[in-house]
Design a protein around this ligand. Structure first.
Ligand code: ADP
Ligand code: MG
Length: 237
């Protein structure tokens, strides 16, 4: 996987451990993991141009190597419907970040397609020094944060493992559809789990990977956020 190795190498060369969201999403794309379309913008004019290319509504997010939890610093603005809203959001995000994390180095803002709301799931991976990568699956929001309703497998996993992971969380019945939510595309989630397994197996330098959240539809699914953290650098650069 050429692009992925290139990205991981350049991140390490710069002395960083955390990939920017656009870098993490490029890695995901190379492994066939669906992500929201995105473009990096370095100023307001570029942001409006990018939004026009992607198509409204869009989302704007801060891109900084020093910010891991973007919404905690007011760095995410959703559902922007026109160029005026994009301009305002651009300014507002920089203002928020400046107020909450003044020392953060700002690369720009990631403009991306706004994925329509639906059921949210999480797929993650954490590397254990003894067992290698553990893959995690759960439903998003309160299910993972409050109820800790998640399940784990050691990578690599096969299709049977992936399907078991999906059905063994307590919130599984919600994936079969409820109220106005359509049944979730379980094949799409299975594919993502298998591709994440392959991604971490082929890239042992990855310490942590988080697709939080992935929005799942009756057909298909899309990771709207992607975070990849590398292991401690072994040598100083
Ligand atoms: P954080 O770094 O705070 O985790 P996220 O990128 O996950 O930032 O954005 C915060 C929340 O905004 C997400 O949990 C999701 O609900 C929503 N969100 C983010 N990006 C999109 C998108 N492209 N389309 C729709 N909703 C999004
Ligand atoms: Mg997130």
């Amino acid at each position: 996987m050429k692009l992925t190795s290139k990205i991981l190498e350049s991140v390490m060369e710069e002395g960083r451990k955390i990939l920017l969201e656009n870098e993490a999403k490029k890695v995901c794309m190379e492994y066939g993991i669906p992500v929201t379309r995105f473009k990096l913008a370095k100023n307001e004019v570029e942001a409006v141009e990018a939004a026009g290319g992607i198509g409204y509504p869009v989302v704007l997010k801060i891109v900084s190597p020093d910010i891991v939890h973007k919404s905690d610093v007011g760095g995410v603005m959703l559902n922007l419907k026109n160029s005026g809203e994009v301009q305002n959001a651009y300014r507002k995000i920089l203002e928020n970040v400046n107020a909450k994390k003044k020392e953060a180095k700002i690369i720009g803002v990631l403009v991306q397609e706004m994925a329509p709301p639906s059921t949210e799931v999480i797929v993650g991976a954490v590397k254990d020094p003894q067992f290698g990568h553990a893959l995690m699956f759960g439903l998003g929001g309160v299910f993972v944060e409050v109820l800790k309703d998640v399940t784990f497998r050691i990578a690599p996993i096969n299709e049977t493992d992936a399907r078991e992971m999906i059905t063994e969380v307590k919130a599984y019945p919600l994936l079969k559809g409820y109220r106005n939510m359509p049944p979730a595309d379980l094949n799409a989630i299975t594919d993502i789990l298998l591709n994440v397994s392959r991604l971490v197996m082929e890239n042992p330098k990855i310490k942590e990977l988080d697709l939080n959240p992935i929005i799942v539809y009756d057909k298909g699914a899309k990771a709207v956020d992607a975070r990849i953290i590398l292991e401690q650098l072994t040598k100083l650069v």
